[in-house]
Each structure stands twice: as C-alpha cells, then as structure tokens.
Design a protein around this ligand. Structure first.
Ligand SMILES: Nc1ncnc2c1ncn2[C@@H]1O[C@H](COP(=O)(O)OP(=O)(O)OP(=O)(O)O)[C@@H](O)[C@H]1O
Ligand SMILES: [Mg+2]
Length: 233
C-alpha cells in the first residue's frame, strides 16, 4: 500500500498541515488511511486526543527511530494509504521513513531561504535512493501561497533550487484560515461549518485538488517500472 512521507528540515514548512489535509481528504473518499505522527509535538495525535475523529482514519504515534520502520510496515498491512508526518530536522527517523516511501512530498514556502531547506530534503532523498538502490520518487509542494496572486511561484522556486528537473505538484496549498481552523475546532475540513471560518469552499476545493494530484502521481509511478539507482549494488 502506498507510503507517502512528508519531509523537510524547515520547521513550519507545512508538513503537518499537508499530511492532515491529504489524509482526511482520502479518508473522506472512503480509503482507509493511517497517519504516522512522527512530529515530536504530536499535533495530529493531540487533535485525536482532543476529540478529533473521522471515518477511515487511524492515527498512530511514532516515538523514535527504533520503531519507525515497524510502524510503517504495520500500518501498511491495514491501510490503503500510509502517510507519515516527520520532524522538521534531518535525523535517523526521517532517513528511515524516506527509505520506505513510495512518494516523498517536500512542502515549502516560496522563498529563496526556504528553497535552501527544500534542497536539503531533496538531497536526503537522493542519498536514501543510493542507500536503498531504489529511486525514491519525490515531489516538491508549494505551501502557504496566496490564492489572490497568480505568481510564477513554482518556476521561480525551481530557479532558486538551481534546477528544473525536480518533480513538482501543479497544485499549491494556499494560505487559508480553514487549514488552521481544523486544529482550532478539532475537526476535518468536511466537518467545519461555514459559520466557523471564511473561504471554506475554496479551502475544500484546494485540498481535494491536492489529493487528486497525489493519487495521480502515485498511479503514474505504479505504471512505471522501478529504476535501479546509478552506483547501487
Ligand atoms: N496552508 C496553510 N494555511 C494557513 N496556515 C498554515 C498553512 N500551512 C501551515 N500553516 C500554519 O503554519 C504553521 C506551521 O505549519 P505546520 O505545523 O504544518 O508545519 P510543519 O512543517 O509541520 O512544522 P514543524 O517542522 O514544526 O513540524 C502552523 O501554525 C499552521 O497552522
Ligand atoms: Mg509538523
């Protein structure tokens, strides 16, 4: 079952928010989804403890690198999708989780400073590809972009990264109150009410388009044969 890992050493890049949006959107579409909450602050587990719930969503906590691979393997056995929310640093858990991923998503805001951090995540995926002898698919996801400004954000970000061969999401996660409100109100986007937040329909559309593109990427990857990594045994 596909394992999707959100990774970036940049704190606040949007890993937890994107994990939550993708997981709850897929659960809403009747897929069985497991989130592995490996963020040391355990924001998604706290959401659950505070009463958050929705059908088809299972939340597991990962405590450290000793158990992350077992946690991913156990979750894979019982879910259609496993989504891992990682710590904003490069540690062994992050490296191990990336080594198991069918798709690594690197969320990043569009700025030169953030591009440097995203580049570190991309390098780590490359290194883990070498270690495992398997090309680990990775895609950049722009986050917290302004829906009002039609910028050439992605093009500029790729320029900042110094390359344009990086796979990227066409969909960007916009800056939306609703994406914070799901944690404030301990609910999902589908459970939020219009009276609680403005721009809810647009936020729901954004999350749905993100999930659709993630599924499309996984389908495209499945139809391709795994490539051996240059230099691997
Ligand atoms: N698209 C968005 N719209 C509005 N707020 C957002 C969005 N993405 C993230 N935020 C807010 O920015 C902050 C950081 O986001 P988030 O916790 O998802 O980042 P993170 O990469 O998981 O950070 P960390 O590395 O610290 O775990 C949070 O307060 C979150 O609510
Ligand atoms: Mg986080």
């Amino acid at each position: 079952m596909p394992v999707i890992v959100f990774a970036s050493p940049k704190g606040g890049a949007g890993k937890t928010t994107s994990t939550f949006l993708l997981a709850t959107e897929l659960a809403n579409r009747n897929m069985n989804v497991s989130i592995i909450d490996a963020d040391p602050n355990h924001p998604i587990e706290n959401w659950r403890k505070d009463g958050g719930k929705t059908s088809n969503l299972n939340i597991m906590v990962n405590e450290n690198e000793d158990s992350i691979l077992d946690d991913i393997d156990n979750a894979s056995g019982q879910s259609d999708f496993v989504i891992v929310d990682l710590e904003g640093t490069a540690n062994l858990s992050v490296a191990y989780a990336i080594s198991r991923a069918d798709l690594v998503i690197v969320p990043s805001q569009r700025s030169t400073l953030d591009a440097g951090e995203a580049a570190k995540a991309l390098s780590l995926v490359k290194r883990q590809s070498s270690v495992t002898g398997r090309e680990i698919p990775v895609a950049l996801l722009l986050t917290r972009t302004s829906p009002a400004i039609r910028s050439k954000g992605l093009k500029r970000m790729l320029e900042s990264l110094g390359e344009n061969k990086v796979e990227s999401f066409i969909v960007e996660i916009h800056e939306r109150e609703a994406f914070k409100a799901v944690f404030d109100h301990t609910c999902t986007l589908a459970q939020l009410e219009h009276a609680q937040v403005s721009g809810l329909d647009k936020a729901r559309k954004n999350a749905a388009e993100f999930a659709a593109e993630a599924i499309q990427k996984l389908n495209n990857l499945q139809s391709k044969k795994p490539k051996k990594v240059k230099g691997a045994a």
